[in-house]
Ligand binder design. Structure first.
Ligand SMILES: Cc1cc2nc3c(=O)[nH]c(=O)nc-3n(C[C@H](O)[C@H](O)[C@H](O)COP(=O)(O)OP(=O)(O)OC[C@H]3O[C@@H](n4cnc5c(N)ncnc54)[C@H](O)[C@@H]3O)c2cc1C
Length: 396
């Protein structure tokens, strides 16, 4: 029997799994092939609807799918990968309790989809105090904290994720402070679509988000953060959306990496013989421009599909194919019926942008049963939602 081991329970793994299952049904049925998922989380976390969950427009359970349900033909190990040995072709892992020490698993093909983490260490005191919303526990903790803790919520980082989360938080708490080191929010979007970037700023103002541009958070302490202009914000909830650095698995450190620690892939998404990677863990070249594709769910999904196809080809003795996906665009939501979207370079706003974004996410949710519940929940909860009166922004 041959074994494909998929590391992580995110978009890359889910889509590589799907592509392999569609192509190798016979070998899987006959027991000639085994798929094993090793993931530190027991659920797939659908990050796309994080804003809706934060705003109270969706229940958290709809965005978290047990891996055993999303990938029924795989053996799922709830464990942390501790090392990959490329020479003996084994993955070492430790189960959640860690009681029995490390176990190991041999692979014929390996998919590295372990994603990235926000580099909290880059800010003094932020590690251990800042939330990142990457793992399923983070989101539950944020919801719990905003329920019980008084005072402002500070969001660090004014990219699209930080802006969307600030807007979502403004539906729950009266004072949200968004701290952005650049002189404007969503600078990357501004460079491509200035009208959409301006709309993001307008939406934040409408929602009463207290935006501080041109300043950085320099330190975090229990109950406060200090900004580079010397001001101190009293807060017990700090959310970091400050970019990413790839999860570096021991044993893979020597493979070619870029400055963000991402594994540099070939055009066929290989990083070593019989080892593929994609998503936030990898630096994947755009097929046309050759520059690394953006670290977001769309690219993780599409490259994950290609990884799965190439694994299936390798297992049936055929060479891998190049990653050819060219992209689609980006989108953000500011509440039901309010959104911005860049679709193939065409700027869209309002209901159209919002509906397009939701439609896209629904198509990629891990199970149909969850996807069909989303539109009804969104509209029902939006009708019920009480507007939060924003606190007037005060200068420090
Ligand atoms: C709050 C938030 C909102 C976002 N919103 C959007 C959006 O609206 N649109 C969009 O396109 N993108 C969005 N993104 C980005 C998108 O979610 C990521 O680009 C995408 O998740 C990358 O997929 P991945 O499979 O590479 O990694 P992930 O989905 O992060 O999965 C990584 C997996 O690896 C596991 N793992 C890590 N280390 C280990 C280990 N040592 N052992 C075992 N398992 C391990 C983790 O538990 C996890 O299951 C958002 C991200 C966040 C955090």
């Amino acid at each position: 029997m041959r074994r494909v081991v998929l590391l992580g329970g995110g978009y890359v793994t889910l889509h590589a799994y799907g592509a392999i299952v569609r192509r190798l049904r016979g070998p899987l049925r006959r027991g000639e092939l085994e798929l094993v998922v090793v993931s530190a989380d027991t659920v797939h976390n659908f990050h796309g609807f994080t804003g809706e969950v934060v705003a109270g427009l969706l229940p958290i359970g709809l965005t978290q799918t047990p891996l055993t349900e999303a990938m029924p033909r795989a053996r799922v190990l709830h464990a942390r990968v501790t090392r990959v040995d490329l020479t003996t072709r084994t993955v070492h892992y430790s189960t959640s309790d860690g009681a029995d020490g490390d176990d190991e698993l041999a692979y014929d093909a390996l998919v590295v989809g372990t994603g990235a983490r926000e580099p909290l260490d880059a800010v003094d005191g932020l590690a251990g105090r800042g939330l990142t919303l990457r793992g399923p526990g983070d989101l539950a903790e944020l919801l719990q904290r905003v329920r019980v803790v008084d005072g402002p919520v500070v969001v660090v980082g004014g990219g699209l994720a930080g802006v969307e989360l600030s807007a979502a938080l403004a539906a729950r708490v009266p004072h949200v402070v968004l701290v952005q080191s650049a002189d404007r929010v969503v600078p990357a979007l501004h460079a491509e679509q200035p009208r959409l970037a301006a709309r993001c700023a307008t939406e934040l103002a409408r929602l009463g988000v207290d935006v501080r541009t041109g300043v950085r958070v320099v330190s975090a302490r229990d109950g406060s953060v200090t900004l580079s202009d010397g001001s101190v914000l009293g807060t017990h909830v700090v959310l970091a959306t400050t970019g990413q650095s790839a999860v570096v698995l021991p044993g893979l450190e020597r493979l070619p990496r870029d400055e963000r620690g991402r594994l540099v892939t070939t055009r066929e998404l290989l990083v070593a013989p019989d080892v593929w990677s994609a998503g936030d863990a990898a630096s994947v070249a755009h097929p046309r421009s050759g520059t690394p594709v953006t670290a977001n769910a769309l690219w993780a999904i599409k490259a994950g599909d290609q990884v799965g196809r190439n694994v299936a080809r390798a297992l049936t003795g055929r060479p891998g194919r190049r990653f050819r996906y060219l992209g689609l665009g980006q989108a953000a939501s500011f509440g039901v019926g309010r959104g911005v979207a860049d679709l193939y370079g065409v700027p869209l706003t309002g209901w159209l942008a919002w509906a397009m974004r939701v439609g896209f996410f629904l198509r990629f949710m891990p199970t149909r049963s969850r996807a069909v519940q989303v539109p009804g929940e969104l509209l029902r909860r939006a009708r019920r939602a009480e507007p939060v009166r924003p606190r007037v922004a005060v200068a420090p």
